[in-house]
Design a protein around this ligand. Structure first.
Ligand SMILES: [Zn+2]
Length: 126
């Protein structure tokens, strides 16, 4: 099964069990937001005990307070009433494995996915 089909099947199952959650209020019920890393090993709903409608979760690489993350947090507070924000980082973050200069060099060489070999990022050999 392709990833696209797997996601569609999972979404259909989720929608079927959504029940009356569509009636949840737009502002987060618990009045807070979390800014955290996009790392696939992290599940903010699980580590923060969240259910649908509880909190805003803003994610990016490294959980950085980027312009866009700050924009989301301002909207979260100003228009949707959050009163607390948490910035949650984690151990073994992939953002610790490269610098902006390394990323720039990799992108200049190739748009294909790079690999980490012996602690150093490398573009795929052609
Ligand atoms: Zn991370």
């Amino acid at each position: 099964m392709s990833i696209r089909v797997e996601v569609a099947v999972a979404n259909a199952r989720y929608v079927a069990g959504f029940g009356d959650k569509g009636q949840l209020a737009l502002p987060p019920a618990r009045g807070f937001a979390i800014l955290t890393c996009m790392d696939a090993r992290l599940d903010p709903a699980k580590y923060a005990g969240l259910a649908e409608g509880d909190a805003h979760v803003i994610r990016n690489a490294g959980g950085r307070a980027s312009d866009d993350a700050i924009r989301s947090l301002v909207i979260s507070h100003k228009l949707l009433g959050t009163r607390e924000w948490f910035v949650v980082h984690h151990t073994n973050c992939g953002m610790e494995l490269f610098t902006d200069d390394v990323m720039a060099d990799l992108l200049q060489g190739s748009l294909a996915t790079a690999t980490l070999e012996n602690g150093k990022w490398q573009n795929a050999k052609r």
